[in-house]
Structures are given as C-alpha cells and as structure tokens.
Design a protein around this ligand. Structure first.
Ligand SMILES: C[S@@+](CC[C@H](N)C(=O)[O-])C[C@H]1O[C@@H](n2cnc3c(N)ncnc32)[C@H](O)[C@@H]1O
Ligand code: SF4
Ligand code: SF4
Length: 361
C-alpha cells in the first residue's frame, strides 16, 4: 500500500499526542470527529465551562453477552455479580438501544464475554448494517467456523482477535479454556476466506502484555508480520475501581507486569517501522495517566447487556459505576444527566474522581 497516512503531533498540557490517520483503515470523518470533542474538552477546561450539553454519541461500545467459553487470567468477567453472569442482550433490547441513539454510526460489540455466544448476533448485525451502522467487535477467536465466517466478514468492518500468546503452553495458562492450535487454525481460515471473498474487513490481533508473556513479545510481533495482521498491544490494566474488592490483588499482579514497561516500549518502537513498511499498523496503548486528556465520556460510553450506561471500556461493570439504565430512562436524559455532567467536570477541571484518578491503574 502506498503510504497516504497523515501524521499529526501536538501537545496538550505537556503531554505529547501523536495521531496517525491511516487512510485505509479509518474514514477521515471519524478522526475529525475524535478531534472536535478533544478540542471542545480542552476549551472547556481553559474557559472553565462546566455545564456543557454534549451531542448524543456517534459510536458506543455495547456488550452482547456476559457468557464466555474462556476464563482468562487477566479478565474481570468472573467477578461480575452471579445474577449478571451468562446473560445476553436480546434482539429487542438491541433495537431499543439503536432507537434511543438514532444518529449512531458505529457500534463496537464487546463487553465482559464472548460476543459470538450471543445467539442473535447475526440478526443484530444485519439489522444494524441495514440502518447504515458499522459494526466492529473483539472476539477470542475460538468460535470462528465455516458456518459463521462469511457473516463475520459481511457484517463486521473490523474484527479484533485476542491472542495474548504465541506459545502453546503459555497460551493455555493465560487464555484458560482456549485451544491454541484451534485458534491459529481459525485465524488462518478467517484470513483465507477474507482473501477469497475479497472482503474489506480489517483483521486485528490483540495482545495484552503482562510479565507472563513479555518474553514472547518479539515472537508475537513476528507472528503478526508473518500473518500480515495489524496489532493492538495493550499493557495490562486494572479493570477494577479502587473501591472494589479485587482491586488490590489485581494491582499486585499489574505491578509485576509494569517492571517490563520500558522494555515493552523499546521493542514496540523497534517494530513500529517494520509494521509501517509492511503497511500494517501497530497500536500501543500506553500506561500514561489519562484523566486530564480523556475524552471518552464526552463522545462515547459503554452499555452493558442489561442497559447500564458506564463511562468507558475500562469500567464495564455497572456495579462499579453507571449513570443510569437505557431501558428505564431515555438515553438523552442519561447522556446529559447531572451525574454524567459532574463526572465530565472532574475531567475538565481535574477534580478528584476515584474512577479516573489513576486510570489506567
Ligand atoms: C474482555 S475481552 C471481551 C472480548 C472477547 N471475549 C475477547 O477475549 O477478545 C476484550 C479485550 O480485553 C482484553 N483484556 C482482558 N483483560 C484485560 C486487562 N486486565 N487489561 C487490558 N485488556 C484486557 C482481552 O484480551 C480482549 O482483547
Ligand atoms: S475470552 Fe474475553 S471475555 Fe472471556 S474470559 Fe477471556 S478476556 Fe474475558
Ligand atoms: S476510567 Fe476515566 S480516565 Fe479512564 S478511560 Fe474511563 S473515563 Fe477515561
């Protein structure tokens, strides 16, 4: 691919942001759309404007299900309350959510569960696409099969597959319940089918780095190059809030992983150029504190399978924080409610906010 990327670099409050627009992967409008709220947020901060009504979001994260066939070592799904575990979003509720956010353009189908375990996923996908809504998803890759692969490629414009290890033994320790060989076969099959159908779907590989898989990072990056896969690298995050019971234990685990932070950054910067040369993107989620520059609650939100509206993907358990329920209160009321506006104010004015203060913890 000819490089037609736009590389923007600017500094907000001492933090250097570098934004690259990959023309092949994201419509320019989407990036402009991300810039505007960032500019508005910064303006609000400077002018100390706190009572701003935000327009309804153009994209949201939506949880298709809390069912899962894995029990990954990094994941907080298992600590959802038992009454919320192994439940799925219904087709009617999906339609209701779209009705409540009529201008929605993009939905990322992902939550604390495996999206393909929602039995109505194809009905939802067809319905959303018919309304001009683009869908993306993050899946564990175990359920890609000849029966669903064409639908995946037809309805989803982006599919991220969580890999987390390219060593069979290690994979089985981290992605508990998964089968490494099956996963690799499924990825191969998906890529073959994509080529055969000439599908435009972007396939991305996700890798959550911890002290348990750091030693494989280079092998993993070579694996992506070999398979011609884009990659998201995410250093493990504490998905619990400080007031949740599991937070402390998770922090101890994360402390071990953070010991490799500098080495991770070095490896990624080495491979960035290699990926670019191969027309692949390598996205790295840094561990720098987000609070002062986070614009998620201004432009998007996370909606759980049972309708709770949470600020972002870092905080997907409504028991930890939510702003209301879309099945009980009109979304436009929740979106500009006092509670959500106060939450945004803490970001605009850098006020204490236990949910965001140390994010990503
Ligand atoms: C919660 S999963 C849900 C989707 C699907 N079940 C999967 O595994 O891809 C979404 C993503 O979060 C990642 N993840 C899990 N625990 C994490 C953590 N503590 N920090 C950062 N990412 C995490 C997963 O590896 C996956 O890429
Ligand atoms: S497959 Fe996804 S949802 Fe399931 S346990 Fe692993 S990270 Fe969590
Ligand atoms: S927890 Fe707060 S700072 Fe972190 S991503 Fe969510 S909204 Fe942004």
């Amino acid at each position: 691919m000819q490089s037609s990327n736009i590389n923007l670099s600017y500094t907000v409050r001492g933090l250097k942001l570098r934004i690259i627009y990959y023309s092949k992967f994201m419509p320019l409008a989407f990036w402009i759309y991300l810039f505007i709220p960032l500019a508005i947020t910064e303006l609000c901060r400077i002018l100390k404007i706190t009572n701003l009504n935000m327009p309804l979001p153009l994209w949201v994260n939506l949880e298709p299900t809390t069912k899962c066939n894995f029990n990954c070592i990094t994941c907080s799904r298992i600590s959802l309350s038992p009454s919320r575990l192994n439940k799925s979003l219904s087709f009617n509720d999906f339609k209701h959510i779209i009705h409540e956010i009529p201008q929605i353009k993009r939905i990322h189908m992902q939550g604390l569960g495996e999206p393909l375990l929602n039995q109505d996923i194809w009905k939802m996908a067809k319905y959303a696409n018919a309304k001009g809504i683009k869908l993306t998803t993050t899946i564990n890759g175990s359920l890609i099969n000849p029966q669903n692969v064409d639908n995946l490629l037809k309805y989803f414009s982006g599919i991220a597959i969580s890999i987390d290890s390219v060593n069979e033994e290690n994979f089985n320790k981290i992605r508990i319940g998964g089968n490494y060989r099956q996963l690799i076969a499924n990825i191969r099959f998906l890529l073959e089918r994509k080529n055969r159908l000439n599908a435009k779907t972007i396939i991305i590989s996700n890798y959550v780095v911890t002290h348990l898989n750091f030693s494989e990072l280079e092998d993993y990056l070579k694996f992506c190059l070999n398979f011609q896969l884009h990659s998201n690298i995410d250093e493990i995050k504490n998905l619990y809030c400080p007031y949740q019971r599991q937070y402390k234990e998770e922090t101890e685990f994360i402390k071990e992983s953070r010991k490799f932070h500098n080495k991770i950054v070095t490896i990624i910067s080495k491979y960035k150029k290699v990926f670019e040369k191969n027309s692949l993107y390598l996205n790295y989620e840094s561990i720098y504190k987000r609070k002062k520059i986070c614009f998620f609650p201004f432009i998007t939100c996370f909606i759980s399978f049972d309708g709770f509206v949470a600020p972002c993907c870092m905080r997907q358990d409504p028991a930890a924080i939510n702003f209301g329920n879309i099945f009980k209160t009109p979304f436009k009321k929740i979106w500009n409610s006092v509670k959500l506006k106060m939450f945004r104010n803490t970001l605009i004015r850098n006020l204490p906010n236990i949910v965001c203060d140390n994010c990503p913890d």
